[in-house]
Design a protein around this ligand. Structure first.
Ligand code: G3P
Ligand code: CA
Length: 388
């Protein structure tokens, strides 16, 4: 069962966390003089090493409480104590702007279906080999997208979040970078973001390459450096390799289960390797030659059995650490359907399960951080972990 802790990995995790706490105390921006604070902030707060561990990453903001990828969701993630905000998942518009949506298809996260003027934009497309029907950002100009408003993606699990439907527009990546500056100034503490490039091969084939656009915007805002407070992630290893040549930011390769699956860029280029190959020592060594981290699904850290219960942790944490990669798995959510079966409480789709119990087991593996829709819960779970 997943509740079985491995004493050695638990100790390792705590040692890492305590080390980070010492570093964090020394580098805490709030304790510095005005000029030192400004210098520290300019340089990204001293880089990734100063982030608390396990690092709590607000997944699409605080998407457990607000419609995802809105400034309202990002803002709440910071208010709740998230160390980094996933702002955003990046997709392009027809006129080449980068906007924050989880997917190019926006029927489920905006009110586009209520706009009769866009009814004829509804299409079925092959998105990384999957037939997908709806409205796609690449068919809209930025000005058109700005007439839409964000809505809750999973109202069955998060009925209260529908209260905020229609309140926020779709943010652009440039707006996020300006928001990051403004929040850093207001809070006297460096705000970190963790944008993800979505479907890079799909968009490159349409003449809307993401990597060069992201690099150009980061350069414009002076946030393309090794210590810049912007970590970039993608499920496509070749996209991260391309970014490695364009910017100096910390980079992370996302790894999705099942292990037999292949990243879409590998499918398109005929690279036969699977996720299982990438998480072997040789695969991790190669990733470490161009990235600083990996973002595996939680199932690659602790697989589940046929009943959805946690089993025994894999060696992925130790193997990745051996080659110097940090691990930021995804995604912790408080509601029952998203938790391992043995941590659910009842059957209500919008009720919370024993998420603290699940955190305890995952943190014990030695992961460096975690993406969560509920940053406040993640921060408390970290406190529990630090305090033993
Ligand atoms: O980027 C971490 C996690 O967000 C990856 O999954 O599908 O939620 O973007 P997804
Ligand atoms: Ca993401």
């Amino acid at each position: 069962m997943g509740t079985q802790e491995n004493g050695q990995t638990a100790d390792t995790g705590r040692r890492m966390l305590l080390g980070a706490a010492v570093l964090g105390a020394g580098g805490a921006v709030l304790g510095l003089s005005g000029s030192a604070k400004a210098a520290e902030a300019r340089h990204g707060g001293g880089g990734m090493k100063n982030l608390p561990k396990p690092t709590i990453i607000g997944h699409r903001g605080a998407s457990g409480y607000r419609p995802e990828h809105t400034l309202g969701s990002y803002q709440l993630a910071l208010d709740m104590g998230a160390d980094i905000v996933e702002a955003g998942d990046l997709v392009p518009t027809r006129d080449g702007h980068l906007v924050c949506r989880h997917e190019p298809e926006i029927g489920g996260t905006t009110d586009v279906a209520d706009h009769p003027e866009f009814a004829d934009r509804r299409k079925t497309k092959s998105l990384d080999g999957v037939a997908t029907t709806g409205w796609f950002t690449e068919d809209f100009t930025l000005a058109e997208l700005k007439t839409l408003r964000a809505t809750e993606r999973i109202p069955a699990n998060r009925p209260h979040n529908t209260l905020y439907n229609g309140r926020w527009e779709i943010p652009t990546f440039e707006e996020v970078l300006r928001w990051q500056d403004e929040q850093t100034r207001k809070r006297g503490k460096q705000v970190w973001i963790y944008p993800e490039l979505k479907h890079p091969t799909y968009f490159r084939k349409q003449g809307l390459a993401l990597e060069e656009r992201v690099a150009k915007v980061l350069h414009k805002y002076g946030r393309d450096r090794r210590n810049s407070p912007v970590i970039i992630q993608s499920f496509e290893p070749t996209s991260i390799q391309r970014l490695n040549k364009l910017v100096d930011n910390p980079l992370a390769v996302l790894l999705s289960g099942p292990p037999t699956s292949r990243p879409w860029d590998f499918v398109e280029t005929g690279d036969p390797r699977t996720v299982a190959d990438l998480i072997k020592p040789a695969g991790l060594r190669e990733i470490a030659s161009y990235a600083q981290g990996i973002g595996p699904s939680l199932d690659l850290i602790i697989p589940k059995d046929a009943n959805g219960n946690l089993t025994t942790p894999t060696t992925l944490v130790a193997d990745a650490h051996k080659v110097g990669l940090v691990l930021h798995p995804w995604t912790m959510r408080n509601e029952n359907p998203f938790l391992p079966a043995n941590f659910r409480k009842g059957t209500d789709a919008d009720a919370y399960g024993d998420v603290f119990g699940a955190y305890k087991v995952y943190f014990a593996t030695g992961i460096d951080g975690v993406f969560t829709d509920n940053p406040d819960t993640g921060v408390l779970a970290r406190e529990d972990f630090v305090n033993g």
